[in-house]
Write a protein that binds this ligand. Structure first.
Ligand code: FE2
Ligand code: FE2
Length: 233
């Protein structure tokens, strides 16, 4: 174990606190570079999956059954190599969300002109991400395609068009000599709402479907390599 290993023994959960809450706060505050060993008297898989959803897929773990307990080695996902589409694409969502927040903070502090470079960087990253999903991943999983209303790929492609149209409007606005901040706030708010729903839908459904199909393919590592290369800034 590394010198940074911490222990979370769910068997010692204080009275009056649910095991779920106890584990949630310990894992929410898990610092980068830290290893945590969680010990549970019950099979922890359901709990881990619930926490993973709440923590936006931030956790990586491996589980070992002992005589009377389960030992779960847990790390932050960013401390491990991204090996699945879920992992790679969710991390890129987080990176884009971070750029968006920085851009907004800069605009509010210094005005729209000062925020132009970070706005264009965000939009460039967003276009690259969407291009990878549209042009590398979606064509590799045509069995998921179809015209039915609830098809997840059709929904993704439709939402991408709306998001790209909004990004185009924002880009043109920021390229004006003196972009109007109120107008910029409105368009950025609309884009933030659209992205939030879109990313949630992808992270909770589509990426898992893609990964399940990917596991059956012989060219899985080549596809992962193309995706990683396509996302590189
Ligand atoms: Fe997307
Ligand atoms: Fe995405």
């Amino acid at each position: 174990m590394s010198p940074h290993t911490r222990y979370l023994d769910l068997r010692s959960c204080p009275p009056g606190i649910s095991v779920h809450t106890y584990a949630f706060y310990a894992l929410k505050n898990l610092e980068p570079g830290t290893d945590l060993t969680m010990i549970s008297a019950e099979d922890p898989l359901l709990l881990l999956n619930q926490l993973q959803l709440q923590l936006r897929n931030r956790l990586w773990w491996e589980c070992a059954r002992e005589d009377k307990s389960w030992n779960v080695h847990i790390r932050r996902r960013e401390d491990t190599e991204a090996l699945t589409l879920q992992d790679i694409l969710s991390r890129d969502h987080e990176r884009l969300d971070g750029l968006f927040v920085q851009m907004l903070a800069r605009m509010r502090a210094y005005g729209t002109s000062a925020a132009m470079p970070s706005t264009l960087e965000f939009i460039q990253g967003l276009r690259r991400h969407i291009s990878v999903e549209n042009n590398i991943i979606a064509p590799a999983f045509t069995s998921l395609h179809g015209s039915e209303e609830h098809n997840p790929v059709a929904t993704m492609l439709r939402e991408h068009e709306d998001i790209l149209n909004q990004a185009q409007i924002i880009e043109e606005l920021f390229q004006q000599a003196a972009p109007d901040q109120i107008e910029a706030e409105i368009w950025l708010g609309l884009l933030a709402a659209a992205l939030s729903k879109h990313e949630h839908r992808e992270e909770t459904r589509l990426f898992a479907l893609w990964d399940a199909l990917l596991n059956r393919r012989t060219d899985a590592s080549a596809l992962i390599h193309r995706v990683k290369t396509g996302l590189v800034t």
